[in-house]
Design a protein around this ligand. Structure first.
Ligand SMILES: C[S@@+](CC[C@H](N)C(=O)[O-])C[C@H]1O[C@@H](n2cnc3c(N)ncnc32)[C@H](O)[C@@H]1O
Length: 243
C-alpha cells in the first residue's frame, strides 16, 4: 500500500495536463428550492453577496461552501486584522466561495494532491483555479502548505490528517503524515491578531488535536461540537480557534 500510494502520487504529480473543468452550475433559486434550512439560507444571502456562486458553483460546491459560510459566520471573531485568508487542504476549491464570502478578502486555497484526476479527465487543480478566478484576489495553489511563506489573517483547516488511516484512505503516502510540523508551520503563518480555525472529525481526533496544540503551547479555545443546518456529515465535528 505504502509503495503503491507513493508511486501513484508521483505519477499524478508528473502528469499535470488536464481537461477543462466540467460543471453543472446551479443557481441560488435552485438551491433554495431544495434547501432544508431556508431561513438560514435567506439570512446569509441578505448579509453576504452570493451572486458569483450562481455562476460558478455546482450542487457540491454550494453544499460545501454554505456549510463553510454558516460556520465561519458564527465562529470567526467579528473583528479581524487586515490580510489574506488561507484554506489548508482545499481539495478542488469547492469551499473557497464560503471562505472568500465570509472573510470578504483575497484568499489562497492550498492543496497537496491537486493533480488528482477525475474519471472524466479533469484534475482538482483546474477546478480550483476556475473557482479562484471567480472571486476577487483569490488563488488556488497546488502544493504542500509547508512551502507557503506568506502571512495570513484567517486560516481554515477542515479535517487535518492526524493519524495514518485517513491519510491512507485519501491515497497519500505516509511521509505526508506530519501533523505537528504542519501545525507549527500553519500557526507561524498567522499575522498578529490572526486566527486559525481547525475542525476535526470525531472525539478521538479532537483529543489528539488538543495534545498537539498543547505541545506547541498554542493559545487555543475549544469550540466544542460544530453543528450546521447545512452539514451533510454523519460523524460529529469539533472545532478549535487558535490565536
Ligand atoms: C481529510 S481531507 C479534507 C479536505 C477538505 N478540507 C474537507 O474538509 O473536505 C485533507 C486534505 O488535505 C490535503 N493535504 C494533506 N496534507 C497537505 C499538505 N501538507 N499541504 C496541503 N494540503 C494537504 C489532502 O490532500 C486532502 O485534500
Amino acid at each position: 500500500m505504502g509503495l503503491f500510494s507513493e508511486f501513484a502520487f508521483r505519477a499524478r504529480a508528473a502528469v499535470q495536463w488536464s481537461l477543462p473543468p466540467f460543471k453543472r452550475v446551479v443557481s441560488f433559486e435552485q438551491v433554495r428550492a431544495s434547501c432544508s434550512a431556508v431561513a438560514r439560507l435567506d439570512d446569509l444571502s441578505t448579509r453576504y453577496d452570493l451572486s458569483a456562486w450562481s455562476r460558478f458553483c455546482n450542487r457540491q460546491d454550494w453544499r460545501e461552501s454554505l456549510y463553510v459560510l454558516d460556520v465561519l459566520d458564527r465562529l470567526l471573531p467579528k473583528s479581524l486584522p487586515a490580510g489574506r485568508a488561507l484554506d489548508v487542504g482545499a481539495k478542488n476549491g469547492a469551499m473557497l466561495p464560503g471562505l472568500a464570502t465570509a472573510t470578504r478578502r483575497g484568499c489562497d486555497a492550498v492543496e497537496l494532491d491537486a493533480h488528482r484526476r477525475y474519471l472524466w479527465g479533469s484534475t482538482r487543480r483546474v477546478y480550483g483555479e476556475r473557482m479562484a478566478r471567480a472571486f476577487p484576489d483569490c488563488r488556488f495553489i497546488a502544493g504542500d502548505v509547508r512551502t507557503l511563506e506568506g502571512m495570513y489573517a484567517v486560516v481554515t483547516w477542515w479535517l487535518p490528517f492526524l493519524t495514518p488511516a485517513p491519510l491512507e484512505a485519501w491515497g497519500l503516502p505516509s511521509r505526508f503524515l506530519a501533523p505537528l510540523e504542519m501545525l507549527r508551520h500553519v500557526t507561524q503563518r498567522l499575522v498578529p491578531g490572526g486566527v486559525l480555525l481547525i475542525v476535526n472529525q470525531g472525539e478521538a481526533e479532537a483529543g489528539l488535536q488538543r495534545q498537539h496544540l498543547e505541545s506547541l503551547g498554542s493559545k487555543a479555545s475549544a469550540l466544542g461540537r460544530i453543528e450546521s443546518p447545512f452539514s451533510p456529515f454523519s460523524k460529529p465535528r469539533f472545532g478549535w480557534l487558535v490565536f
